[in-house]
Design a protein around this ligand. Structure first.
Ligand SMILES: Cc1cc2nc3c(=O)[nH]c(=O)nc-3n(C[C@H](O)[C@H](O)[C@H](O)COP(=O)(O)OP(=O)(O)OC[C@H]3O[C@@H](n4cnc5c(N)ncnc54)[C@H](O)[C@@H]3O)c2cc1C
Length: 250
C-alpha cells in the first residue's frame, strides 16, 4: 500500500451544461509555435457558454461528408465571458479535417462548435503531475493558469523539439519539463524515460493525456509502481493510425 492510498479519495464533481451548437467567427489566428495554431473565436452565440474544468472539450464541426458529420474534440484553452471569446489551440500534424481547417483558417471564417456537454472537476488534490503531448498542452496551459497559488504542480510535456515549447503563467509553484521526442508522437519511450524513477509526493494526482498507447504505457507504469488508480485520470486524446478516435481509461 502506498501512502497515497490511505488518503481520502479525490472527489469528482460532475457538472452538466446545456448542450447547444454555436456558430462562431474566427477573429484571430496565430502560430504560437511552428506547429500550434491558436484560433480566437467570437460570436453572439457565446452567451451562456460555460467550461467548468481545465480538461473540458468542445466538439468542432467540419465539412459534412454526405450524411456523416465530421467532428473532432478540442479543449477550450481560454474563455473570456465578458469579451465573448473562446480560444482553441490546434496541434498541426500530417493530415485530418481539423488540422486542415486550422491551417487554412482566416479571420471571418465560421466554426460550428457543440458543448462542452459537461465538466468533471477533480476536487481535493493539491499536488499534481500532468503529463501529455501537444494535444494535451491546451488543457495543461489552462490548468497552469487557473490552479490556485497554494497548489504544487509538476508537468512533463512531450513535443517534437525545442521550437514547440510554450510558456505557461501560473500563480502556483509550477515545474515544467519538456521532452524532445522527435516526430514519433506515438512512441511511449521518451515519456517513460522521463518518469522512470520519479519520486511522487504523497497525495499527488496524476493526469495524463496523449496518444492512447502512450497514455496506456504511462498509466501502467504508475499503477505498477503502486499509484492508486483513483488518484489518476488518463485519456487517449488520439489513436495512431485511426481518424477521430479517442480512448477514456476511466
Ligand atoms: C478531450 C479531448 C481534448 C482534445 N483537445 C485538443 C486540443 O485542444 N488541441 C489539439 O490539437 N488536439 C486536441 N485533442 C486531440 C484531437 O481531437 C485529435 O488529435 C484529432 O484526431 C485531430 O483531428 P484531425 O482531423 O486533425 O485528425 P484525424 O482525422 O482525427 O486523424 C487523421 C490521422 O492523424 C492521426 N493523428 C490525430 N491526431 C494526431 C496528432 N496530434 N499527432 C499525430 N497524428 C495524429 C490519426 O491517428 C490519424 O491517423 C483532444 C482530444 C480529446 C479527446
Amino acid at each position: 500500500m502506498t501512502a497515497t492510498e490511505t488518503l481520502p479519495t479525490p472527489t469528482i464533481e460532475r457538472i452538466r451544461h446545456e448542450l447547444r451548437r454555436r456558430a462562431l467567427t474566427v477573429i484571430a489566428r496565430e502560430n504560437i509555435t511552428p506547429n500550434m495554431i491558436r484560433i480566437t473565436l467570437q460570436g453572439e452565440d457565446m452567451d451562456s457558454f460555460v467550461s467548468g474544468a481545465f480538461d473540458d472539450h468542445v466538439k468542432c464541426f467540419f465539412a459534412e461528408e454526405g450524411e456523416e458529420k465530421v467532428m473532432r474534440d478540442y479543449t477550450p484553452r481560454r474563455h473570456d465571458a465578458e469579451a465573448g471569446t473562446l480560444v482553441l489551440d490546434f496541434a498541426v500534424h500530417a493530415a485530418g479535417p481539423a488540422t486542415e481547417w486550422a491551417v487554412n483558417a482566416r479571420e471571418g471564417d465560421v466554426l460550428q462548435i457543440g458543448g462542452p456537454r459537461g465538466s468533471r472537476r477533480i476536487l481535493g488534490p493539491r499536488k499534481w503531475l500532468l503529463i501529455g503531448d501537444e494535444t494535451a498542452l491546451p488543457a495543461m496551459g489552462r490548468f497552469a493558469e487557473e490552479v490556485p497559488a497554494d497548489h504544487a504542480v509538476a508537468m512533463i510535456a512531450a513535443v517534437r523539439d525545442a521550437s514547440e515549447e510554450q510558456v505557461f503563467d501560473s500563480a502556483a509553484k509550477l515545474t515544467l519539463r519538456w521532452v524532445h521526442r522527435g516526430t514519433e508522437a506515438a512512441d511511449p519511450a521518451p515519456l517513460l524515460a522521463a518518469v522512470e524513477g520519479l519520486e511522487l509526493d504523497e497525495g499527488t494526482f496524476i493526469w495524463i493525456a496523449a496518444e492512447a498507447g502512450v497514455t496506456q504505457a504511462l498509466r501502467a507504469h504508475f499503477t505498477d509502481n503502486g499509484h492508486p488508480l483513483v488518484w489518476t485520470k488518463c485519456a487517449g486524446y488520439w489513436v495512431a493510425g485511426e481518424a477521430d478516435k479517442t480512448v477514456s481509461f476511466d
